[in-house]
Design a protein around this ligand. Structure first.
Ligand code: TXA
Ligand code: MG
Length: 325
């Protein structure tokens, strides 16, 4: 098992040195836990791919302290000048044209790089004195559910890494929204995420394109693979809420994942993601709940889709990928 480190000044100093010298450690962000390496060190980045069992075609996000200084790593433009100051630190990843200083392994050979400035206070303290950007994919085995707590990382990767910085449960619970802003007049969403698209459109004052999902999209954003974020057992998605009749006589081999708590007593296989249907709460609890039911003896998960608005787009996106066969 990996050692869980508390975010003391001493531990943060230690982890910074550990990363600088080529180590790989799990760090908390406000979205999900990341598996972090010095982005300037190709060997350290290779370890990240190996630990996750991640295809080398799937590029890594570079985490930076803020907008100031990113021109060292990528070309900026008018869209970045609006979006980064507006939403950083926070759950926005922006794809821009890469500069040669970023090693090819980080970007899977693409001529673009994904950059993000996370808001988690412990990540920020660690990054503050870092002389390098931090490459960090979600700290889960490729295609499994992302971790939103330190113990999730330990369950999946504890045998493969030495340290996890324990920054508590992630406050948002789904990954960052990824915007391809290489053409500032035609920004595209590559992944729905914790920052609602409407907020980004309002800031830019333009519509954001949603590229059609094609097999080529693996080259654009491999997180857009149809099957991703998936539990071990199958997930059946329901557009309509689970009926009262089914709640009264549920199938005992099925874990039901409701969006809100029912207003009556239920059997133990009825689970809910929020008390009242609040989208922030649903997003925050989604992955932990999927993991919880995935470890029990159920044969299937039945989950309800939410409204396709705001954070609901990211929640539905993750549920659909989890349900993809
Ligand atoms: O919230 C997050 O973004 C978390 C935390 C740890 O920061 N990170 C995360 O990383 O979700 P990961 O590797 O699990 O997902 C990153 C996605 C992948 O689908 C990858 O293909 C895409 O970002 N990506 C990275 N670089 C890219 C690039 N240059 N062009 C297009 N997509 C890129
Ligand atoms: Mg991931």
């Amino acid at each position: 098992m990996a050692r869980l480190l508390k975010p003391t000044d001493q531990n943060l100093r230690f982890l910074r040195e550990f990363l600088l010298s080529g180590g790989v450690a799990a760090l908390p962000t406000e979205t999900v836990y990341g598996l972090a390496a010095n982005a300037m060190n190709p060997e350290a980045c290779q370890k990240v791919f190996d630990i996750k069992n991640r295809p080398s075609l799937d590029p890594l996000i570079c985490h930076v302290p803020g907008f100031s200084g990113i021109e060292t790593y990528c070309d900026t433009n008018s869209a970045a000048e609006i979006l980064c100051p507006a939403f950083w630190p926070g759950p926005l990843t922006i794809v821009l044209k890469k500069k040669p200083i970023i090693p090819d392994i980080v970007t899977a050979g693409l001529d673009s790089v994904a950059v993000r400035s996370p808001s988690h206070p412990d990540f920020r303290r660690l990054m503050a004195d870092c002389p390098f950007p931090i490459a960090a994919p979600s700290a889960n085995p490729f295609s499994y559910i992302s971790p939103t707590r330190a113990d999730h990382v330990n369950v999946n990767l504890g045998e493969k890494i030495e340290y996890i910085l324990d920054g508590g449960p992630c406050s948002l619970g789904v990954e960052s929204t990824i915007i391809d802003a290489r053409d500032p007049r035609r920004p595209k969403v590559l992944r729905y995420g914790a920052l609602p698209l409407e907020d980004i459109e309002n800031a830019l004052g333009c519509h954001i394109e949603v590229p059609a999902p094609t097999s080529k999209s693996f080259q654009i954003a491999p997180g857009s693979l149809p099957k991703h974020y998936s539990p071990r057992i199958p997930v059946e998605l329901r557009v309509e809420p689970v009926s009262e009749k089914e709640l009264q006589e549920p199938d005992s081999k099925v874990a039901y994942l409701l969006l809100r708590k029912p207003n009556h007593e239920t059997t133990s296989n009825i689970h809910w993601l929020s008390e009242t249907g609040n989208l922030d709460e649903i997003a925050k609890r989604l992955y932990a709940k999927l993991r919880e039911v995935d470890t029990k003896e159920y044969e299937k998960i039945v989950a309800e889709e939410t409204q396709e608005l705001g954070l609901g787009q990211a929640i539905n996106d993750r549920l659909r990928r989890a349900s993809h066969l």
